[in-house]
Design a protein around this ligand. Structure first.
Ligand code: 13P
Length: 338
């Protein structure tokens, strides 16, 4: 394992003012997004949509890595250029989602374990040839019920995935997501996230994963969506930084948050508050799916004539989040663009 090379890749992905574009929606998830804008979920539409994102000039300034789904890493743009080459030309690192999803966990009703380890070594060899230099594996937890069985099984799978990635020259993004869809309060989110992260780092250690060649993709510490009291921006920032400082070793070069269902502006404001107010030992940035793509999807609506508008919407969110990654975002910047 070449830890220096893995560290070089990870560091480039979270370079100053840059974050990660999560464009790795499975064909099922992108269907949900396309249904919302009345676009048929067929291969040419998925290609056109992702091509427009990757050809957006602002990629160069704000996007250090792009997470792809299996179909996309093999796909060519309309003019025959591999989409991976378009991403590389923008200066971003191509990456690949490798888990096969969260499945019911035997013995723990209503909890899940993420699957996908079988044959993963061989898949990494192929993905490396296709240009991937980082990967992602997501585990999910319900904060109102997380059991030790669930915590342990998911951490163990994350660690086995991360070790296999590094063995094949690929930086693992380790993504334990405590979901925000429930009625729990913010302190329950903090308590469960701390427990989950402690277990993840324990298992990464047992699996001999070199932390210098990893990126953590966690949830922020937020109130459940159905909780009556919603924590404000400063409280989210303070509680998130507190939990991360307790759990994430400083050998980790970067932490790139998922947006998890936050509004576009909340996801930006929270990230900004953390970078503006705290002294941090790692790069703290974004790895957003929905919070980067909701606006361009709406502007595009499946119509070629809306490409420029969709690219402008994506560029705006990428720029806002790039500023948040250095603590320089201000709400007025959103209003100016509106
Ligand atoms: P969201 O930012 O939409 O949560 O997506 C990030 C992601 O990659 C989820 O696995």
């Amino acid at each position: 394992m070449d830890v220096a090379e893995l560290n070089r890749i990870a560091t480039a992905m979270v370079a100053k003012g840059k974050g990660i574009l999560a464009a790795d929606e499975s064909s099922g998830t992108i269907k949900k997004r396309f249904d919302a804008i009345n676009v048929e979920n067929i291969e040419p539409n998925r290609r056109d949509y992702r091509e427009l994102l990757f050809r957006t000039p602002a990629m160069k300034d704000h996007i250090g890595g792009v997470i792809l789904f299996d179909e996309t890493i093999r796909q060519k743009a309309k003019d025959g250029t591999p989409l991976v080459d378009i991403i590389k030309a923008s200066g971003a690192v191509p990456g690949i989602k490798v888990d096969s999803g969260a499945k019911p966990l035997a013995g723990s009703p209503n909890e899940t374990v993420t699957e996908g380890l079988d044959g993963l070594r061989e898949r990494f060899v192929e993905y490396h040839k296709l240009g991937a230099r980082f990967a992602k594996w997501r585990a999910t937890y319900d904060p109102t019920r997380t059991s030790y069985n669930c915590n342990n099984a998911n951490a163990h799978a994350l660690a086995r995935y991360a070790a296999l990635a590094q063995e094949n020259g690929i930086v693992p993004i380790v993504e334990p997501e405590v979901l925000m869809d429930f009625d729990n309060d913010v302190d329950t989110c903090a308590m469960v996230t701390e427990w989950v992260l402690k277990e993840v780092y324990q298992q990464l250690y047992y699996a001999n994963v070199a932390l210098e060649g990893t990126i953590l993709k966690p949830n922020m510490i937020v109130s459940g969506k159905k909780c009556a009291r919603q924590a404000g921006i400063d409280e989210v920032a303070e509680k998130t930084v507190k939990v991360l400082k307790r759990c994430v070793p400083t050998a980790v070069p970067g932490i790139a948050f998922l947006s998890g269902g936050q509004s576009d502006e909340d996801a930006t404001a929270h990230l900004n508050a953390m970078n503006a107010k705290f002294d941090l030992p790692w790069k703290l940035t974004f790895s957003y799916g929905r919070a980067l793509q909701a606006a361009p999807q709406k502007a595009w609506g499946g119509k070629a004539e809306n490409t420029a508008a969709a690219q402008a919407a994506f560029a705006h969110r990428a720029r806002m989040n790039g500023l948040a990654a250095t603590g320089q975002w201000k709400p007025e910047l959103e209003k100016k663009a509106a």
